[in-house]
Design a protein around this ligand. Structure first.
Ligand code: SAH
Length: 349
């Protein structure tokens, strides 16, 4: 695979252009072109410079390979990478804007028992440029530009564990929030982690005040170990301390994801224990009914049970919402699209 031009920061592009003996303003032209989602072959530069760039860098590191549109307007994308790997993403349309869910790795090695992304393990990390290109490509395909963006919010909740690809993800975030670029405010970005405590602590010092989201999914370490292997490494109390640290450093409240699994973590006593665990903390709980994954034998709670769980949290003064599952009629949820596509390819072989 060639290098990825979208990995570079604005300053690094400046240095590159100088290295090629070009005038300084070229760097800005290239940068703005890339941020508009252009391929290198479409950049408004001399044919000679274009040729030099194409020799070293991928023309289009992330291509939209398939688009699926759900009845609620949610769009799912399968993206093709330069090395032939596929990743997936989702664009959810809300009244206040459009939220894109991006992947940070091809596959995942965290091994959560309910998740489709981890079924084939980790294939490789995505580079910063491959992560931002998912957004630049979709923004352009949806008719957005740099001023009037079709993507207004970003969640790092696609395939992969963002903090297992720390350096690339931080580089991506810096490029994403840079004012001269696509300029999506950190406040409109959510990063979800399964709870890698050392990286959570380091991230607090990066000065990127986003919505830090932790996949909790259990109220005790013993129960968490049943569905999340990472719980063997880090305790819930360590995770809570890392969240507090993030809050102290950034002033941003943190969020917990809690997927409700029938017969697992969703009884009344779990709701009470979760309330006790989080009482008085500057946090919010996002409940979601488990998306049932074909290869996993876990089932979701009913809508009624989910609302009952929410009710207990609310009664106990915990800020919480039950998230609507969007785009489920197109296999949108949680790594299922790529898994399904790879499965279909396999069926054909
Ligand atoms: N690696 C990150 C991002 C994962 S995806 C993390 O672990 O947080 C975003 C969220 O979807 C996580 O909370 C994850 O636990 C959850 N998730 C994964 N599979 C799911 C499923 N089948 N049903 C409901 N939530 C699921």
């Amino acid at each position: 695979m060639k290098e990825i031009l979208q990995d570079l920061t604005r300053e690094e592009l400046g240095a590159l252009v100088e290295e090629y003996g070009e005038k300084k303003f070229r760097a800005q032209q290239i940068y703005l072109g890339l941020m508009q989602g252009k391929r290198i072959s479409e950049l408004p530069v001399s044919p000679l410079l274009r040729e030099k760039l194409l020799e070293r860098f991928e023309d289009e590191p992330v291509k939209i390979y398939r688009t699926f549109t759900a009845s609620d307007g949610t769009k799912k994308f399968l993206f093709l990478l330069a090395d032939g790997n596929l990743i997936e993403g989702v664009l959810m349309k809300y009244k206040y804007g459009n939220t894109q869910c991006v992947s940070t790795q091809v596959g995942c090695r965290m091994g959560c028992k309910f998740c489709a992304s981890t079924l084939g393990g980790l294939l490789r990390n995505l580079t910063a440029g491959e992560i931002i290109s998912q957004i630049l490509t979709v923004n352009r395909a949806e008719g957005g530009n740099l001023k009037d963006r079709a993507v207004t919010n970003v969640v790092l909740m696609g395939s992969g564990e963002p903090f297992d690809n720390y350096e690339n993800v931080v580089r991506f975030l810096r490029n994403l929030i840079a004012e001269e670029g696509i300029n999506i405010s950190a406040r409109n970005v959510s990063l979800s982690t399964c709870g890698l405590v050392p990286q959570m602590k380091s991230f607090a010092d990066e000065g990127i005040p986003l919505n830090l989201t932790v996949s909790l999914h259990a109220v005790t370490d013993e129960e968490r170990k049943r569905t999340m292997p990472v719980a063997n490494k880090y305790k819930i109390q360590e995770i809570l301390a890392a969240c507090e640290h993030y809050f102290k450093k950034t002033g941003r409240r943190y969020i917990f994801e809690y997927s409700l699994i029938s017969g697992g973590n969703a009884d009344g006593e779990h709701a009470e224990a979760l309330s006790k665990l989080l009482k008085g903390k500057p946090c919010h709980v996002n409940l979601i009914r488990l998306n049932e994954v074909k290869e996993r034998n876990l089932s979701s709670v009913s809508e009624k049970e989910a609302y009952r769980f929410l009710g207990v949290l609310e009664q106990n003064g915990i800020s919480a919402t039950l998230r609507r599952s969007m785009g489920s009629d197109i296999g949108g949820a949680c790594g299922q699209l790529r898994a399904k596509h790879l499965g279909e390819q396999h069926d054909k072989d």
